[in-house]
Design a protein around this ligand. Structure first.
Ligand SMILES: [Fe+2]
Length: 219
């Protein structure tokens, strides 16, 4: 089972296995319920451990939360980002336009949901997402929310999967008082993405083991 492979992988390998599983999933179905249902345990396995996110993708900015691209599917069917929240940092009310999964890797974030009510934005509850937890979101069920680092004294990090190249999606932020919509495109904070493809050490270990077996057979 892929979730157990993610759990057992060494270091960054768990990200590569997760991405392979997500690639297989989006290739197999376009059904949003299926994507969210099957993607959720994969992301849960990834954020159940905190030993794989490269430091460059875990670095906060003193002024603004950071969205680091970890991977974008070549066909832009999904992307994976790390959200790095400095103490007290928060988003405005925003939409997404595509399905999403949010997994809490480190710390915690608070989320307040909104709906349109008689031309105004009305809050409809909030929740706290703690390390190891995963939630899903869908435009079909309403995806307007504002998110903040739940901690005022430390960094929090969440890992998000979106059903598009999220940094290039035309989205909106909203004024909470007037409901006024303002278009935005998030982009990404980073220009380099993690190298998940250098598996040379594992291959070398395999060669060493094979050499040892060969020697043993020859002895
Ligand atoms: Fe969001």
């Amino acid at each position: 089972m892929t979730a157990s492979r993610i759990a057992e992988a060494e270091g960054t390998d768990c990200l590569r296995i997760f991405l392979a599983a997500m690639t297989e999933l989006v290739g197999r179905t376009e059904d949003e319920d299926c994507l969210l249902r099957e993607g959720k345990p994969l992301l849960a396995a990834l954020v159940a451990r905190d030993d794989w996110l490269p430091a460059a993708a875990a670095t906060p900015d003193s002024q603004h939360y950071q969205q680091h691209l970890l991977h974008c599917d070549p066909l832009e069917r999904f992307s994976v980002v790390s959200f790095v929240w400095g103490p007290g940092q928060a988003t405005p009310i925003h939409d997404h336009g595509v399905w999403g999964l949010v997994g809490m890797l480190r710390g915690a974030e608070s989320c307040r949901n909104y709906v349109w009510h008689e031309g105004s934005l009305a809050p409809v509850g909030s929740h706290l997402l703690r390390a190891g937890q995963v939630l899903s979101l869908s435009p079909r069920h309403g995806d307007l929310h504002a998110v903040a680092n739940a901690h005022s004294d430390r960094t929090s990090i969440s890992v998000h999967v979106y059903g598009a190249n999220i940094g290039a999606v035309a989205r909106s932020v909203f004024d909470p008082a007037t409901g006024a919509r303002k278009p935005f495109v998030s982009g990404y904070a980073n220009s380099d993405i993690p190298n998940i493809w250098d598996r040379s050490e594992a291959v070398r270990r395999g060669l060493t083991n094979a050499t040892a077996v060969t020697r043993s057979l020859g002895d």
